[in-house]
Design a binder for this molecule. Sequence first.
Ligand code: GLN
Ligand code: ZN
Length: 770
Amino acid sequence: MTETPRPAEAPASPDASPPPASVRSTVHGYPRIGPHRELKRASESYWRGGTSAQELDAVAADLRRGVYAQLREAGVDDIPSNTFSYYDHVLDTAVLFDLVPPRFAPPAAADDRDEELRRYFALARGEQGALPLEMTKWFDTNYHYLVPELSPSTRPRLVGDKPVAEFREAAEAGFHTRPVLVGPLTFLMLAKAADDAPEGWEPIVLLDQLLDAYARLLGELRAAGATEVQLDEPILATDEGRAAVGRLERAYQRLGSLSDRPALLVSTYFGSIGAPALRVLKDSPVEAVGLDLVTDDEGVDDLVQVSGLGATRLVAGVVEGRNVWRTDVPAAAATLGTLLALTDELTVSTSCSLLHVPLDLEAETSLAPGLREALAFARQKAEEVALLGRVLSEGAEAEHTGGGGVRPPAFTDARVRARLDALGPEAYERPQDRGRPTEIPLTTTTIGSFPQTPELRRARAAHRRGELSEDAYKQILREEIDRVVALQEEIGLDVLVHGEPERNDMVQYFAEQLEGYATTSNGWVQSYGSRCVRPPILFGDVSRPEPMTVEWTTYAQSRTDKPVKGMLTGPVTMLAWSFVRTDQPLGETARQVGLALRDEAADLERAGIRHIQVDEAALRELLPLREERRGEYLDWAVGSFRLATSGVSPSTTVHTHMCYSEFGLIVDGIEALDADVTSVEAARSRMELVRDLGERGYKRGIGPGVYDIHSPRVPPVEEVEDALRLAVAHIDAGNLWVNPDCGLKTRGYAEVEQALRNMVEAARRVRADL
Ligand code: GLN
Ligand code: ZN
């Protein structure tokens, strides 16, 4: 530890608090996929059999070394390791502690790297005879983790050495690192009970056994030379985590009391953890606590309430880890200055792992001038923490070192603001007595997209590169729409779609056409496994210069007498899957998007489209982790949706679609959206939802997904029929819609055709018996 006394005249701390022993800098984690998505390419090639295990391991080792070198170059003092993963860090933890369901056969031979990797990837992706672990979103981010399945017979024990091996590997390359582990509480609280576990059994009862396994691991890390280990406990930012202070105390008393162990940093993020949890950590033997001081402003209050951390080191997350804006360095330095009064030892850090932002702004060449200067990606954020560390410990001047909150200039649009201000409450209301959208009970439809064939993808890529003319590209799209419309007619669906062949992605497609949005060329962020997304950047006031979907929707409508449903992406989803400006409340930004969509809906209606679907796939995802904040969120989420959809006539049918199954939390919100028809992903909990809605007297249309599109399996007619018969027992058949549970773009035509035929046949049979 370097002992750099902070000069008393340091500008960052206006009060005369004693100088800290040292101010260091670190990050909680770093992107792992590589500057050019090397990890994606290498692992996909390995899955196809084109790359050997040794080659894959070599790529991974290179990427890890690249990360350490980049962090050192940025000037970061304390470099984390074990932030790398071949697929997901929660999965790594499950494998490390032998928490693997029995359906995944253990490697036949020890030390067979191929066997080991086969099983690892099978857990993530499934294999013959074994469904993969369930995947779900990591807190309120768009990163997905694999959900460990535990049962009373599960015996946690340390069987792997990944954190130790990566620590050693880094040490050999000249980097003394801080291994990062998923904390035991977070791990168990994110796990689920296996299907064969008794009713009511909870994984958390394995805590003591798991702590024994962690204790062994800490011992091995210590033996390998690790001096500090980071245990990530983001669960503490949720209501469940906040309620688990007793277990928190047990866990860290136990780990803290180990005799020969590395120093422990317990890191929390995605929100404040509350004074009770903070007090427990302060009073425990752990040496350092990481707090997110960006996501909400309660972190500092918590610190004040516990009268500071005293001798426990504060790892202060003041550089936002999950958005792309540059840090206002003087303001952050001032915050850190106040924190110096609340702790003896301070480390400057990011609010969370940088996993959630793109790697390097240097790779972007086509961002608008003015915007670029306002951005920081992972590498730039690492430089920011390092700079802040220097500002605090050496009294370096933030102003002179490139800091300063830079905002993109002149990205406000007075017209948009005036239009929004002029809207009265009626802009958010549709008349209540709208009648039923269709006369047919059990109306059949789909969620929007049809399979994106390799030909389509090739054509879009060629068009993008300028190798396929606009005319030729559009001709290909029209032919595709012809085929999709003809197929739907032939199958006998009632409400058709154009199939979305022109869309690369449901958010990016709109972002590219809206003012106020920028897209990046290399801003990849891991979503799950090898899948990466390039979230657009919503930086300014949003408006719609031109219609965005009318051409394709009306073309499809011109090919059929059946109604064609227009497809828009809703305001919440447009925000959730983008990096969004922070200079105004999210709700205000959502209203601007809502207004642009309202214009689009009006144009669709004017062009003769009678069904308009506004997808809110991410409504659940943005739901705040803590209940006390949910009401406010649902207010603006619902308001922006209603702004988008209330401009159309009462006879136009407004649809919405959502992609998840835990509706309990947001069922009020769904009702408040006041859509005529809501289709939901309900493959698992379909009947519960329908029953709940039935009991609530829900009187709008509901389309509980009748089969799971995430698997290539074709549902037999009888299976869909049974589901529908159960559903009509709870919901009036006139309000029941029949559809798959999500868009079909990731599927192949062979299975889609058969599945839709079976679905239509099932609806026909159930209708016949009404
Ligand atoms: N309309 C979109 C589609 O069908 C909806 C996708 C989604 O819900 N994720 O692809
Ligand atoms: Zn969906």
